[in-house]
Design a protein around this ligand. Structure first.
Ligand code: PLP
Length: 396
């Protein structure tokens, strides 16, 4: 028998992937210069030269002891884990060691591992803060738990504490927080994280078990106007951090990231064992070895993020001048704009007539908006403005 749920997941692409494929088809028909594909979060900025140099040097100087194409231990090479711990300690004044880290094939693997590690029974639920990365629902429901959506506080798109308290109950295993947020670009401020920690501590005491915070941080370094993303693990001890080098270091295709189980978590050793067990049960052992070794020397680096900052200004400035209402992004590389009609999907269909590929917000749990990924060339943003203007005017 074929698993029906898996069949449904696999036979229907996500809206984002669907648009991305449509874009490729349109480019073949009308040429790359005439299609404005804002659909996917694929970094447009190259990884720094040091990444290439590290990879080339590893490939050219293979020492038998390195076993470059061999397995590492399930949780990752000790030197790579130490390099990541050192990098985190120098940024956040923490005292992690390699024993707090489990290397993964990117943030998606980190998230499924963490969910697998904390979901114990099918009667549990996991809270997600809207707007949320669409795959959270898939990851949570595939573990048999309920995905509960907490609507945002408007107009800030911060945490809506009243709704959060309504959603939390004794069956809540965890809450997923993503900052900087995909798709809103919001960085949850320190005051909100402190308030969130206080709510979760109070509820954990009341329920007699911890409500874990799964902090999904692939955009952590992509922050603008001198802002820094507060490091969630410093606010709430029962935090699991999911990180990936896909975005800040522009390595999405290399599938490399980690789970951090902070030593401030009361039961961190048991949790670390559960993370290893979850990795084992999902077959996520030994992240790609070459890229583990690259990270050993490149963990503190990022690609040139100033390019996204310029894109943000071009896009936000251009669209607000035309008359669109947009959330001003603090980080990541997405602009969240109000659709010009109630049904965002029908707005995005109309945008396609102008070869503007925008993602409707329904699957992000926040209807009525569109996500515009600006990890594209600045030139494409400039060239797309007349199309955005025509789309706007078509609603007059
Ligand atoms: N979490 C968020 C918020 C994302 O936007 C993405 C990818 O776009 C992921 C997780 C998955 O990241 P990775 O490609 O590292 O698996």
């Amino acid at each position: 028998m074929i698993n029906q749920k898996m069949y449904e997941l696999g036979s229907r692409r996500s809206v984002i992937r669907e648009l991305f494929e449509y874009g490729k088809k349109r480019i073949a028909e009308v040429g790359a210069d005439n299609v404005y594909d804002f659909s996917i979060g694929n970094p447009s900025v190259e990884a720094p030269e040091a990444v290439k140099e590290a990879a080339v040097s590893l490939l050219e100087n293979v020492k038998p002891s390195t076993r470059l194409h061999g397995y590492t231990s399930a949780q990752g090479d000790p030197e790579a884990r130490k390099a990541i711990a050192d990098d985190l300690n120098s940024r956040y004044g923490t005292s992690y060691t390699g024993n707090n880290l489990y290397l993964t094939c990117g943030a998606a693997a980190s998230l499924t591992i963490c969910l697998q590690a904390v979901i114990d029974s099918h009667s549990q639920n996991v809270l997600v803060l809207a707007p949320y990365f669409t795959e959270y629902r898939v990851f949570i429901e595939s573990r048999g738990a309920e995905c509960r959506v907490v609507p945002p506080a408007l107009p800030s798109f911060g945490i809506n504490f009243e709704e959060l308290e309504k959603c939390l109950d004794a069956s809540t295993a965890a809450i997923i927080l993503n900052s900087p947020n995909n798709p809103s670009g919001v960085i949850y401020p320190e005051e909100e994280l402190r308030k969130l920690a206080a709510v979760l501590e109070r509820k954990s005491r009341e329920f007699g078990h911890p409500v874990y915070l799964i902090s999904d941080e692939p955009y952590r370094e992509i922050a603008y106007d001198g802002k820094k993303t507060p490091f969630t693990a410093c606010f709430y001890p029962d935090t699991l951090v999911c990180y990936s080098y896909s975005k800040g270091l522009s390595l999405p295709g290399e599938r490399i990231g980690y789970v951090l189980v902070p030593d401030t978590m009361p039961e961190w050793q048991r949790m670390y064992a559960a993370v290893c067990g979850a990795g084992r049960s999902l077959g996520f052992i030994c992240a790609p070895t070459l890229w583990q070794h690259v990270i050993t020397s490149c963990a503190p680096l990022t690609s040139d993020l100033s390019i996204y900052a310029r894109n943000r200004e071009l896009l936000f400035g251009g669209l607000t001048e035309i008359g669109y209402t947009c959330v001003h992004p603090d980080g990541a590389f997405y602009l969240f704009a109000k659709a010009l009609e109630e049904d965002a999907s029908s707005f995005c269909e109309r945008a396609k007539k102008y070869d503007l590929l925008l993602v409707p917000s329904d699957d992000f749990g926040c209807p009525g908006y569109v996500r515009i990924a600006y990890c594209v060339s600045g030139d494409m943003i400039t060239r797309s403005m007349p199309a955005f203007k025509k789309l706007f005017e078509s609603y007059k």
